[in-house]
Design a protein around this ligand. Structure first.
Ligand SMILES: [Zn+2]
Length: 286
């Protein structure tokens, strides 16, 4: 993304915009805040609150999207985009604004806002979303989070018939949801085909309504495509597997609303320093 002079001052020169001058200071629309320089998703509107300070404030970031570095001033903590190191602002702890007791104080100039449901490519950023369900989302997220070019991964639920389901709701197997991982990636670094191949190789696509020890419709194998090209790529990979003797159970479905899972499910293995019991890599494409 080409930056203008004021954006450069803030993003590359670590400057600060005038308080109350930024376009997102009072924005309450639902959506995602992305890095203005590289397009990586940084914050969700759900985590935004009004701190009255004159800059957009968030009490949480998208997992692994934001890096903390000691500020050159010797006492504050600077925050930068984890993908491209663009300067975002500072993070403050202990002010008791919200229960999370954290305030990311971010320059509007460091971000772009993508309203919920709109195509992120409108902003000229080159990134795309993919959604894969292949058993327990802990294991699926574990593998995708390691792929270069993957900007963010989130565990959640999709494909069911109630709004905002909890883990307990989904576990009943009666809501129709499946455990899934939403991935934002940069297609100029990693292609959808590479990700979809990996998907077929980190879970067993022949299992119906289960994955290893996890049984139930919520563990079914399903790809939720976000555009027609993804659909065609996924379909052709299934044909390739079928041609080598696999009886693939994976369903292909247009993406519907994705509901984030509870915090303790996000990046579960990385957060807990464990490795998956439920998934392992098996080469299936030759
Ligand atoms: Zn960035």
């Amino acid at each position: 993304m080409k930056l203008n002079d004021i954006e450069k001052k803030v993003i590359e020169g670590k400057g600060t915009e005038m308080p109350f001058s930024g376009e997102y200071c009072h924005n309450t629309e639902k959506g995602t805040y992305v890095c203005r320089r590289c397009g990586a998703p940084l914050y969700r509107s759900n985590d935004k609150f009004d701190a009255g300070c004159g800059w957009p404030s968030f009490d949480n970031e998208i997992p692994n999207a934001v890096k903390r570095v000691p500020d050159a001033d010797g006492h504050r903590t600077e925050i930068t985009c984890a993908a491209c190191e663009a300067h975002l602002g500072h993070v403050f702890i202990g002010e008791m604004f919200t229960a999370k007791n954290t305030r990311h104080c971010v320059n509007s100039l460091s971000m772009d806002f993508v309203p919920e449901g709109s195509d992120t490519s409108d902003k000229g950023h080159k990134y795309e979303t993919a959604i894969f369900a292949g058993g327990c989302f802990w294991g699926v997220e574990y593998y995708f989070a390691k792929v270069p070019g993957v900007l963010s991964t989130e565990a959640g639920y999709i494909g069911g018939n109630i709004d905002n389901p909890s883990y307990e709701d989904v576990c009943t197997g009666r809501t129709g949801h499946v455990e899934a991982v939403r991935i934002v990636f940069a297609p100029d670094i990693v292609s959808y085909e590479t990700l979809a191949r990996l998907f077929f190789e980190i879970h067993d696509p022949e299992q119906v309504n289960r994955q290893g020890p996890d049984m139930g419709e919520q563990y079914r194998s399903e790809i939720f495509y976000t555009n027609e090209t993804q659909h065609e790529i996924a379909d052709s990979l299934i044909c390739k597997l079928a041609a080598t003797g696999y009886d693939v159970a994976t369903r292909l479905t247009p993406a519907s609303r994705f509901w984030l899972a509870e915090d303790y499910h996000q990046n579960y293995y990385a957060q807990n320093g464990k490795t998956p019991y439920c998934h392992r890599y098996t080469r299936r494409f030759f």
